[in-house]
Design a protein around this ligand. Sequence first.
Ligand code: SAH
Length: 371
Amino acid sequence: MSAANPSERTNLLGLPKAELESFVAEMGSKPFRARQLMNWMYKRGEGDITAMTDLAKDFRAELVQRAEVAVPEIVKTQIASDGTRKWVLSGGNGQAYEMVYIPEEDRGTLCISSQVGCALDCSFCSTAQQGFNRNLTTAEIVGQVWLANRELGWQVGDNRIITNIVFMGMGEPLANFRNVVPAIRIFLDDLGLDISRRRVTLSTSGLVPQIYKLAEEVNCALAVSLHAPNDELRSQLVPINRKHNIAELLEASWHYLDEQNGRSVTFEYVMLDGINDQPEHARELAKLLRDKPAKLNLIPFNPYPGTPYRRSPQAAIEKFRDELMQRGLIVTIRKTRGDDIDAACGQLAGQVTDRTIVRLGSKTFGLQVRA
Ligand code: SAH
């Protein structure tokens, strides 16, 4: 295994099964070699091709020339008092992105990044303040999980340490559709990480056309960053709303569930003191989501330097929750984890220099989302 240097060799972590099969076919090998490779990489955590002993010698020798298992390079590791871990990872050229592991009694969640920075410009998000640098590759996305397993000391035969994966780190996953979808395929594939579709969650700020496309491509859980019960307020907080409003977003969400046979969509709602946390907001929100296959996840705002926002007081958050529950909604309040190391939601800033400022809030809506 080598660190993620720019390399001519193909990083095998970037190839879902079908592509791995084509890759080995190009080398004149049979498709079952792809299965063998996946077994080594994902079931045994082996990153050294020369150690993959059941591969024919000639094949192995050629593979070493053409391919590698390269994981992101760690710049910094931090462990919070509650056991949450954050890794800052190198994106090359002075760029950095972050991933966070959150241990809980009954599960371990890895929160991964999909981009270095973000172009969506949500007004309360620390990543947005950094601007956008680039999309992560599929290999860098899968590499985060692979690396975290290694860092957490996972060994062959052990129970899983990472049981859940959430795209809630840096970036807008649906703005990096073409690299995120193959990564999800590898997470779900029983030859890959073999994680159940309900335990891989893609969180989006609301790129409506890409939600429709996603419904055709993969089957994972969907979380939607709603954050406001009406278009006027949502457009201020989540500028993409000026392009795709709440009605369109909800329609896309229900369509996704129908297509995927899913149970519910999780709507995230950041609690901003005096902005979106009043009882009338709760009532408006209940009207939107009542009798719908929706769960609400209230996220206490996590502050970062320079933000004008404050976290809603605990009593206001609980009152908000109660208003919603009285109207029949399923509501949870997200526990704040890892905030002493800036690992909580919205605090991931990585390091984004040389950013392309494509900020939706202040400028155009000409964001090109390539798929
Ligand atoms: N781009 C994706 C993933 C973002 S991070 C999305 O927008 O869904 C996951 C969640 O954290 C999102 O709901 C996001 O809006 C929320 N978030 C962002 N900044 C936050 C902050 N400072 N405090 C609390 N939650 C925040």
